[in-house]
Design a protein around this ligand. Structure first.
Ligand SMILES: Cc1cc2nc3c(=O)[nH]c(=O)nc-3n(C[C@H](O)[C@H](O)[C@H](O)COP(=O)(O)O)c2cc1C
Length: 363
């Protein structure tokens, strides 16, 4: 099995990574109201590129103004955002990491009080949880328009100098709402079995592929299970097969905890990553993320068959995590962290405030 410090090459593009570590997408609420990047947001990511991460992923960034999920979110929906994106992509490259922009649309989780528009989704979805609105179902024309918006956003990322995009199909946002049988009850070509529910995502991939250069990375992040809206592990395996056939460069599985079994099959001894690594048997590079903290966690997930390992919270607390994880004895301090410690790790005040929402993270 490979180790976290090993180099890696993406087979299709031949693009190389200095190690197997990925800073997973992290919303940090630091972007300007027009979706442009702030200096604070650029600094926090560049500091992790300096800390030796192989890949730096941006926060989820919306492809249309109406797809914004929360305040302070970065956007890729307008050309006015390109100069900031260019500064970020250039800085990441200068520090030796590869850059991915995570692009998405909030769907029913793009609140009207933020966007001024009624939320949209695969179907009409009444919803009462926070960040959720009573959505209306999209028309076929609107679906085609959104697919094009994903393509437009990817082209902006190319212009800005990013190495690739990660299509955010996880965590209950619009692409995930199409995948979930609970939120997608359409009776046209965009709904039905998993092949049909995946059509929106597959068309986005086609659109992006047709408009970006050959060496631009395209990956997809999914939630293997998201019972709340009807995303089930068997469907996710079928989806992963369709994604392999679509010719993307990587599949990112968002496990939240890589060390627990499937919630649907708790008696199956396999961890969620292993369901995919066994099923796909090395046909596509896999990133897996969730509850990796020290070097033995990192190695364990590689031993489950992941090609690359993603981290979020430990990368907030320890900017140099990637530089140290090859040391088998590396056991970075765990939460809670003081605001002073987080400031030294290049977090701005608004980001530290936001992290207070993550139970037990800030002292
Ligand atoms: C502050 C914060 C913001 C996050 N924002 C995003 C996001 O924008 N997009 C996304 O796909 N996941 C997001 N996540 C989920 C992480 O990418 C990751 O999957 C999750 O935190 C589990 O990894 P960890 O145990 O290493 O933190 C976020 C997580 C945190 C802690």
């Amino acid at each position: 099995m490979a180790a976290p410090g090993d180099e890696f090459t993406f087979p299709r593009t031949g693009m190389s990574l200095r190690n197997r570590t990925v800073l997973a997408a992290m919303t940090n609420k630091q972007s300007n109201p027009d979706g442009t990047l702030s200096d604070a947001e650029i600094n926090w990511l560049l500091r992790r590129a300096e800390g030796d991460f192989g890949i730096i992923t941006t926060a989820a960034s919306h492809v249309t103004a109406g797809g914004q999920g929360w305040a302070g979110e970065m956007g890729v929906w307008g050309d006015h955002q390109i100069p900031g994106l260019t500064r970020l992509a250039k800085g990441i490259r200068e520090r030796g990491a590869l850059s991915l922009a995570q692009i998405f649309h909030g769907g029913m989780r793009a609140p009207e009080d933020l966007t001024g528009q009624q939320p949209v989704s695969a179907s009409e979805n009444p919803c009462t949880e926070a960040h959720c609105g009573h959505s209306r179902g999209l028309s076929s024309e609107e679906i085609q328009g959104l697919i094009k918006s994903f393509g437009d956003a990817a082209v902006r990322c190319v212009e800005a100098g990013f190495d690739g995009v990660e299509l955010h199909g996880a965590h209950g946002y619009l692409i995930c709402q199409f995948l979930g049988e609970g939120t997608n009850r359409r009776e046209d070509e965009w709904g039905g079995d998993i092949e049909s529910r995946a059509r929106f995502l597959l068309r986005i991939i086609e659109e992006v592929k047709s408009r970006v250069p050959d060496d631009f990375l395209i990956g997809v992040r999914i939630s293997p299970e998201y019972p709340k809206i009807g995303v089930r592990i068997e469907d996710s395996l079928t989806l992963s097969e369709l994604l392999v056939e679509s010719g993307i460069d990587f599949l990112h599985i968002s496990c939240w905890d890589c060390f627990i079994p499937s919630s649907e099959y708790p008696d199956d001894p396999r961890m969620i990553t292993e369901w995919f690594t066994e099923f796909l048997s090395s046909r596509i590079p896999i990133i897996s993320t969730g509850a990796i903290w020290d070097s033995s966690d990192a190695q364990a997930v590689m031993d489950q068959g992941a090609d690359l390992i993603g981290v979020a919270r430990v990368g907030i607390a320890h900017a140099d995590w990637a530089a140290q994880v090859s040391n088998p004895d590396y056991t970075p301090a765990r939460p809670p962290f003081t605001a002073e410690h987080l400031a030294v790790q290049a977090l701005s005040e608004p980001f530290i405030e936001y992290m207070r929402n993550w139970k037990g993270f800030v002292e």
